[in-house]
Design a protein around this ligand. Structure first.
Ligand SMILES: Nc1ncnc2c1ncn2[C@@H]1O[C@H](COP(=O)(O)OP(=O)(O)OP(=O)(O)O)[C@@H](O)[C@H]1O
Length: 284
């Protein structure tokens, strides 16, 4: 049974005359790892908010259709009920962190609101920190950590709530390459452990390699939904060309007759290598 059901969702922010999501319908099975892609303003963040109840509860505005997470209709539930079902990690870790003196206090914050007993709290915090990297950060000040470490603490703040679904809105866009690598590694590990993950992300090569499925948005509408190899080679996304080095190389090879028209274009290095080998092209 699907863990996320989005049915005909159209959403307009207050004061806006045009919807930011238009008739969006899809479902996600437990354990799926789904990327949301699209140009700036396509609606990725808005969809992340709709999946975690911030739309409509926090932003208000006008919403038609419905989002159901683990059997709960988000429009009918309070935001506090939705957080333990679907946790949202924001672009900038500073948005998530609340200025507590230690990492431990920061991660405990959500649990305190739920009235979790202290021993269980300690255990859950240690586990959440282990999932994102390092138990030893517990007593450090969040401000003394690097951007990548802060974002992993922000991730731990969500994981400690044991959400059934994790939604990440471009979690590496404020990070340097090392920080992004650390956060991507933690996310990949969570996915391998079976967590259902939806991530809005600009790093196309990473999502091509790691995710099961890509949903592409344009002006608030879903234009493509499928496996990375299907979605990323679609003519509808030709603008992505320069970001997909292996697809671009194979397209060039195709134009020169080295890559048969009938062979799918690659999106990862491995697929490109397999395709070039199969074609008997070994370079010089
Ligand atoms: N609070 C808001 N009030 C009114 N309109 C908004 C608000 N937030 C976003 N929008 C509009 O909704 C549309 C979708 O924006 P959204 O931020 O969801 O896109 P995005 O794909 O996440 O873009 P980016 O990659 O730049 O983050 C845009 O036209 C944007 O201007």
């Amino acid at each position: 049974m699907a863990i996320i059901e989005v049915e005909a969702v159209t959403y307009t922010y207050p004061g806006s005359s045009t919807p930011s999501l238009r008739d969006v319908t899809f479902s996600v099975e437990p354990g799926e790892f789904v990327a949301l892609i699209g140009a700036n303003g396509a609606g990725k963040s808005t969809l992340c908010y709709a999946l975690t109840g911030f739309v409509p509860h926090f932003f208000n505005g006008e919403m038609q259709g419905q989002v159901t997470i683990a059997g709960i209709q988000t429009q009918k539930a309070a935001l506090e009920e939705i957080v333990p079902l679907a946790g949202l990690v924001f672009q900038n870790p500073i948005t998530q962190l609340t200025g507590k003196a230690t990492v431990c206090e920061e991660i405990a914050f959500g649990l305190e609101n739920l009235g979790v007993p202290p021993e269980e709290m300690e255990e859950r915090i240690a586990h959440a920190l282990e999932l994102v990297g390092d138990r030893s950060w517990a007593d450090r000040s969040p401000t003394a950590l690097s951007g990548g470490q802060q974002q992993r603490v922000a991730l731990a703040c969500m994981l400690v709530m044991k959400p059934q679904v994790l939604v990440l809105d471009e979690p590496t866009s404020f990070l340097d390459p090392l920080g992004a690598h650390e956060v991507f590694t933690a996310i990949r590990q969570l996915s391998r452990e079976g967590m259902t993950i939806i991530i809005a992300e600009h790093n196309i090569e990473w999502i091509a390699r790691e995710t099961d499925r890509i949903i592409a948005l344009d002006e608030g509408k879903i234009i493509l939904d499928g496996k990375p190899s299907e979605v990323l080679t679609s003519p509808l996304l030709e603008d992505l060309g320069s970001q997909l080095r292996y697809t671009a190389a194979a397209r060039l090879a195709q134009a020169r007759g080295w890559w048969p028209e009938t062979r799918n274009l690659p999106v990862t290095l491995e697929e490109a290598e397999a395709g070039f080998r199969a074609g008997g092209f070994h370079g010089h």
